[in-house]
Design a protein. Sequence first.
Length: 574
Amino acid sequence: MKLRIIIITIVILNSLCGVAQPVLKDIFGRNLAGENIILVDWEGYMANPAIKLTIIPPTSPFTVTITANSPRLYFNTLSKTGGNGPTKIISFSNSNPIDFYISIFPDRTGGDEKYTLTLKSSYGTQTFPIYVIDQDSANQAIDYPIILDYSQDKTAYNFFANQSHKKIVKQAADDWAFFLQNMNFDSIKADSQNTFIWNDDFSGGTWIKNAKKYNGFLLYPYGFHSATHRSGGEPSTSSFQTIKSINTNLRCSGGYEAEAHGNYNKLGWDSTITDSTWYMATNFGNVQNDLYSIAMHEMGHAFCFNPGYPLFKNYKSLGYINDSIIVAYQGGKVPIDASDHLSNGQTTDSLKYVDRISKRCAYGSEYAAVMPYGRWVISKLNLLALQAIGYHIKLTSAFKTVTILNQSLPDGTQGQNYSSAIVAEGGIPFYKYEVNAGNLPTGFSINSFTGEMSGVTNQSGIYNFTVRVTDYDFKFYDKKFTLNIHALSTISEQADTSIRNNFLIYPNPAKSQFTIKCTTSQKEEIIIYNVLGKSVFTDQLAPAESEKSISINGLPKGVYIIRLGAKYSKIFIE
């Protein structure tokens, strides 16, 4: 999970002196000159939020070319993707603003990233920094295992004798499993679970039993061939998972039929696609298809999107999913078509159904022409569909709501500089901070991008106000604060109390190390955050310690936030 802390960002604008430039704004109407464009790579391998930006032209007619410098970045269509990053051309016939979307294709590794968005026109070149908050952790633990049994792979094809095929299918299964909670299902005894294995052309088949006891979902991937060159996936309908012998309406096993010759063609499979070449996986009928895309999709039929699940069957009979959480997320009922897909049945690509936040891949609408074609991935809507039929979804970052972490604000002093940070997390972290009730001291302000509260006031007193943080999806969180501004004559200005946060940092600015001095009766956690909320150091101050020296070798120069217990302060590293 990432925190947004105070940011002071310097952006270099390459502009023509004295000539108006196009203006880039966010959904809150804020000018992005001098600010970061914040993207997020949610936990797990899933479609990430598409962030809407708006260009206001300086004149008309006017044309601007938008580029970004990473192959994982992409814009909405019409646009191009490629190894040097995406390109989009927008032409203005009048002075009306035009919106576009930007997002980043997921990866499975942690580590925040920095890129650049460039606007180029006859009026000059402007650059805007992009900061990607990567919420993947080093330990992507799986609580509910999807167990792969290749014993039914047909000897006529030996599809999974190919280790690259096996590796990709394992990854797709793990990517689904990562989002599922362990619901403490009863163990499945050996020789007790029947699963149907299809003959070629889906012309009959054989029931088999599990060879071993297991907990989780047992999936049989096997090579297969049909005249239409279609892969398949389905659950076994022989029994349900149980919890203390009580039926859950969730299935125990299923099959994944991997068409041996290629997806709807005889061109074979592409096993070489990576996160950086995701855009090459168009999955059209005239090219080798990406094995990961199709395997992930067919597994979805085995885990959820099939009438073998009673709740899904009920929704399909209605023609839509009307689960309240899905309706609230998507803004309405989600249609189901005859193929068990989340689709409205339209044949025109641009009308097919998409996930509201990512603008990608509602299950079965992977060819919707809102975002560029590319590797199919799980969307938040897809996971909410699993939840709607009975699964418990793990509380990963995509499902955490925005909140404010501060318990209180440090006191200030009349006539002296004040600075503190409102710290938010959760939601989609392109935040807007504001005071929406009460008043700050005269001379104080809050930075809407960073949450930094600062200023100088000549009026002492106690101020009550409410801070609201709103995320990109317009979900907000309000928190009441009391700020005490002391009269200057009532404060004894001693060196070890010069920071009225109950702890002293010295030297500040610091170079290779600094010392925290604090009087505490309990163990306090020390966390250092960089300007975009990523934790870069952790330690503890024991009750018996009155001060602790901390090495900062290796940390880049800049502004950092130090959190000691529930209190915050700022340090400058030279």
